[in-house]
Design a protein around this ligand. Sequence first.
Ligand code: Z5A
Length: 221
Amino acid sequence: MRRGVFITLEGGEGCGKSTQARRLAAWLGERGVRTLPVREPGGSPLPEAVRSMLKRGIDGDTPCDRAELLLFLAARAQLVEKIIVPALESGVWVVSDRFSDSTAAYQGAGRGLDADFIKAANGFACAGLSPDLTILLELPRETALRRICARKAAGGAGDRIEDENEAFHSRIAAAFRAIAASEPGRVATIDASGTPEEVFAAVSTVVQKRFFASVPGAERS
Ligand code: Z5A
């Protein structure tokens, strides 16, 4: 039986998901909510190993599009079964930096793989689990690129998906917008162009309203 709440953050690269996921987990902790932050792909040794294959390949051997899809799904299946579901069942809230919407956007819209297959395969990998709330961070591509360049200049490493062309990244942005439009009850879109503090004010307002507002002043643990 599921008792915790599952929140995902989505959006294009450099939109601030990791920054906001960290803040959200800390903010929930301050409210007495036991919270587990995870990232996708990753979150435990096996999916972290898959992450490194996906981002850089092995000895110059990079995954083809179909292998890429299956590797993302394998990493997700492991994370869901071994980490996320047990956490939710024990009452822990899980905040995930990316989840299944990323696969629909990147491997579906980005790579052009079959959307119906991806939907079914995502359902299989997640064993039916879907987020209670998804926060979609929207940022103009130029601003995201400025942030990514600044991070690279400070020594951060790039990866082969990040290095795809602009048409690829604009298909992804459009796909995320379409997902938000089709599931307004689950997905809240937030303008990510402000300072980290401004963006977090919007993120925490959504979470506050959604999960803490039913009894004024009451907090959930
Ligand atoms: N992928 C996929 O294809 N299919 C899937 O199913 C899944 C993923 C799950 C994971 O890479 C890649 O896998 C990703 C999608 C694909 N590839 N791409 N492109 P990742 O986890 O390494 O990277 P990412 O998810 O794309 O995120 P990111 O590039 O690390 O960015 P972010 O998490 O959204 O942003 P951030 O790290 O919080 O911030 C980026 C920089 O901006 C950083 O230097 C911050 O200090 C700065 N920042 C953050 N917020 C602000 C504000 N508000 N103002 C100014 N500067 C800011």
